[in-house]
Design a protein around this ligand. Structure first.
Ligand SMILES: Nc1ncnc2c1ncn2[C@@H]1O[C@H](COP(=O)(O)OP(=O)(O)OP(=O)(O)O)[C@@H](O)[C@H]1O
Length: 837
């Protein structure tokens, strides 16, 4: 085995024990464990890590963590290390062990859609080389229950919400035991609002229903680990390791202080800022941002976190106004290309701020940009073409974009003072492993905030508390409903027993002072019965009667579709009304039904635009407005500023306005022109589109449970597809590939890559030559993702063939004849694809 150990030149070599000491984990009751030299895995894994990630050796802590006794015994584990500590690699090795050695499926839960897509990209190449499937569960993507695969194992990469739906579907079909491992990144999300509640429900259900599934959670920002350990019945591993040292500073006036937890104030004097400001510059830049930035750029990269989106744009513009001309000549051609690229994305238009800042290597990054724009800017920043990004806090929790220096413009996110967790996430972006030998953060502080900042830097991380309580989220109601629906618990006592095994159960005395857990359960169940989502049934058994809970049809539809319980009655009513007179002349009426309720409250219509949009509808479409309770006279009066006597439901009015935006998007497939038409940021418009795609798939699952809505199934399937991609139809097959957005799909299509099979069989080298601004790494990832998707589709068809053959075999037909028959079920195009693979 010694030739398979880490490189001899590795600094870690001396501290890593020979790998012969590492016991591969054995499947209980299984004799076919693939014992490999690299943590039980084939040495090909090690080669792939070197080739694809440039990782030669594991850090000492990674090795120690992977060889923990508790992992050998398949116990649950929480591990916590600072940001950039290399936590993900450990999780990935555990995932590969589960897929390849234990031959079990794995679920990886990540916090955001963009991170899920990035992970699908990153792991598809491993899947292709090592023979497992990578399936995306984000937005409107993902099948419930997942297809049962005969040969290959699946790695499901999911957002919190989709992960929950996936687990529900596996419990319902009695397949939860197929999941060998569940990995949760950013475990501290358990404490974050309704998403935290959903994550808690998911994990509690797995713990309660499957003895063979183990859970591994990781985070950089955990404090009350004891509670989490109790909840997850997990061991804990932690280490204060960071490959690149991070130095923390704060700046008050023109003085820089180093954060020092041992000092009385929390920080000590470091240096004075050495920069001469003219009086003009002093006025424009009172916080010395230019001084701080120019100490590092353009040679090194820098991120400035700003409290608001507008602030990001202002900071980027202001900095460029005062940067000297030499900044323009740094990587000039690549910056020109980036501008061209962004123009291409915007169908000829480019944001005027970006047009002004990019020549200096500077850009802003926030949710007002479209996904395509963000991706281009991220790529340019990663390659060093851009050296400075002014961004909002979302970047810290999103994609991996480290910097030599991180500046926090103010200790605020919007108007809220920074939380310690947020602060740690942001400063944690400083220092790139393998690139920088140091990383530093500078928090800009005004005199008035000095004391708050002292508390911030010296205080421990925030605790993570359960969000299941009804006063925090609707989590409790959702949980109770699905427990009964999935038959995990069907009596009040059983539901109570389940609740004792949640994080809320662990923290109940701390969190729920007024009501006991059993009172909370009783109240919650009664409220669900009142809403018509549950009902009580008395079962007679052995002369005893037992009261059990049964889910109603509406209740089942609500939890299957993950529909917010406060809207499910309304949704039912609106769908029912639609059955009486759905206007099918266009998608307008159907779109109204798929317009997400939760975006309605923060929408404020422009009445002139409203009226204009209404007037552009056909006569049949106009009747929809009336049907949903928004009469033409109301819109006209609002537009002309007249008083309204008869009240109209503002939720329906706002919802219809959002429908107008979506309708325009589907017709024009151009986010830029639609956002201009409605005077909204393109990021908001895109967010609405993504939410609508997701909600449409939820409404589809809702309808699947209710026979009377059979007609919606076909309609909503198509609508979901249109909303998900919202591009010219011919681009859809290319955009199904994870990480291929509209602009890239357009380039690929124009270069002749018109189908998924074309892309899967493409040569990455040729792609690099024919597609502008495509790096070798991206080309390889696109081809791997396309291959993965094609393999997955082909496998699904093969499963179907097998199933058909099996059922026919049972009837004792002649096998030869059946084989031919079964193949005739496979569409020609797909057969070609299978052969290609
Ligand atoms: N053993 C290693 N050798 C070299 N580079 C490594 C090693 N392990 C991880 N890295 C690299 O270090 C960088 C940071 O790692 P990773 O993203 O896993 O950190 P993390 O602890 O998950 O951070 P975060 O909390 O920010 O998500 C990545 O680019 C990763 O490829």
């Amino acid at each position: 085995l010694s030739k398979h150990t880490f490189s001899k030149h590795s600094p870690e070599h001396s501290c890593s024990p020979p790998l012969s000491h590492i016991k591969p984990r054995k499947a209980i009751g299984s004799s076919s464990v693939d014992i490999g030299p690299f943590y039980g895995l084939p040495s090909k894994v090690k080669d792939l890590l070197r080739q694809l990630r440039g990782i030669e050796t594991l850090y000492e802590w990674q090795h120690n963590c992977l060889t923990l006794e508790c992992l050998q015994q398949r116990k649950n584990l929480i591990y916590s290390l600072p940001t950039s500590g290399g936590k993900t690699l450990v999780a990935e090795i555990l995932i590969l062990q589960e897929l390849l050695c234990m031959q079990k499926d794995v679920l990886m839960i990540l916090p955001y859609v963009a991170i899920v897509q990035e992970k699908v990209w990153g792991l598809s190449s491993f899947g292709i080389e090592l023979g497992f499937l990578v399936e995306e569960y984000a937005g409107s993507k993902g099948r419930f229950p997942p297809i049962k695969r005969r040969c290959k194992k699946s790695l499901y990469i999911a957002t919190i919400e989709k992960g929950h739906m996936l687990v529900n579907s596996l419990i319902e079909t009695d397949r939860i035991g197929d999941l060998g491992l569940v990995v949760v990144d950013e475990l501290h999300m358990l404490g974050e609002g309704s998403r935290g509640a959903t994550l808690e429900m998911t994990l509690a259900k797995i713990l309660y229903t499957s003895k063979s599934t183990h859970i591994v959670g990781m985070s950089a920002t955990l404090n009350n680990v004891g509670d989490l350990q109790k909840f997850l019945r997990a061991e804990y591993y932690t280490k204060n390791f960071r490959p690149v040292e991070l130095k923390e500073y704060i700046k008050i006036r023109d003085t820089i202080y180093e954060v020092d937890s041992k000092a009385e104030n929390g920080f000590t004097f470091s240096r004075l800022l050495n920069f001469k400001y003219s009086s003009n510059l002093k006025k424009a830049d009172p916080d010395h941002i230019i001084a701080l930035v120019t100490e590092v750029i353009p040679k090194y990269s820098c991120l400035i976190f700003c409290p608001t989106k507008k602030n990001c744009e202002n900071v980027a513009s202001m900095v460029c106004k005062y940067l000297n001309k030499e900044f323009r000549s740094h990587r000039e051609k690549e910056k020109e290309d980036l501008i061209k690229d962004l123009k291409n994305i915007g169908n000829g238009s480019i944001c005027p701020v970006l047009k002004q800042t990019i020549p200096f290597g500077v850009a802003y990054h926030h949710s007002g940009l479209t996904n395509d724009e963000r991706k281009s800017i991220e790529e340019a920043y990663s390659r060093g073409v851009l050296c400075l990004l002014a961004c909002t806090a979302t970047l810290a929790a999103g994609v991996n974009l480290p910097a030599r220096r991180v500046i926090l413009r103010a200790p605020y996110v919007a108007t809220d003072f920074l939380k310690k967790n947020q602060y740690k996430q942001m400063i944690g972006r400083a220092g790139r492993a393998g690139i920088d030998n140091a990383g530093e953060s500078i928090l800009i502080v005004q005199e008035k905030d000095k004391h708050l900042v002292q508390d911030l830097v010296t205080s421990p991380l925030e605790n993570c508390y359960s969000n299941l309580l009804p006063e925090f989220t609707k989590g409790m109601q959702n949980l109770l409903l699905s427990l009964v629906g999935l038959k995990i618990a069907v009596t009040q006592e059983e539901v109570y027993d389940f609740l004792c095994h949640t994080l809320l159960g662990v923290q109940q005395q701390l969190l729920s002072k007024e009501k006991s857990l059993s009172e909370l359960v009783k109240d919650g169940l009664e409220s669900l019965i009142e809403k018509g989502l549950l009902r009580v049934k008395t079962v007679e058994k052995d002369q005893n009667s037992k009261i059990t809970l049964v889910i109603t049809r509406l209740g089942k539809a609500a939890y299957k579709g993950s529909i917010d319980l406060s809207y499910c009655n309304l949704l039912y009513k609106e769908l029912k009304k639609g059955l009486e007179g759905l206007v099918l002349e266009s998608s307008f009426h159907l779109l109204y039904l798929a317009t997400p309720y939760d975006m309605v409250s923060n929408c404020s219509p422009d009445w002139m635009i409203y009226l204009r949009q209404f007037n552009q509808l056909s006569a049949a479409e106009q009747t929809v407005a009336d049907m949903v309770g928004v009469p033409e006279s109301f819109i006209a009066k609002k537009a002309s500023g007249q008083a309204i006597r008869k009240s109209v439901d503002s939720a329906s009015v706002n919802r219809l306005y959002l429908t107008f935006i979506l309708y325009n998007l589907l017709k024009e497939t151009n986010i830029w022109s639609v956002s201009e038409k409605f005077n909204l940021s393109r990021g908001y418009v895109q967010n609405l589109l993504n939410s609508a795609a997701s909600f449409a798939s939820c409404v589809l699952h809702f309808c699947e449970e209710l026979e009377e809505f059979w007609v919606y199934k076909a309609l909503l399937t198509e609508l979901t597809k249109h909303l998900t991609y919202c591009v010219k139809t011919e681009l859809i097959p290319l955009m199904e590939v994870a990480g291929v957005l509209e602009a890239r799909a357009n380039q690929l299509y124009n270069a002749g890559y018109k189908t998924l099979a074309h892309l899967a069989n493409a040569n990455p080298e040729t792609l690099v030559k024919t597609i502008e601004h495509l790096s070798r790494r991206q080309a390889k990832q696109i081809v791997s993702s396309a291959k993965m998707l094609l393999t997955e589709k082909a496998e699904a068809l093969q499963e179907e063939v097998e199933l058909l053959l099996k059922s026919l075999k049972k009837k004792n037909h002649e096998f030869k004849y059946l084989n031919v028959l079964a193949f005739s079920f496979v569409p020609c195009k797909c057969t070609v694809n299978i052969i290609n693979i």
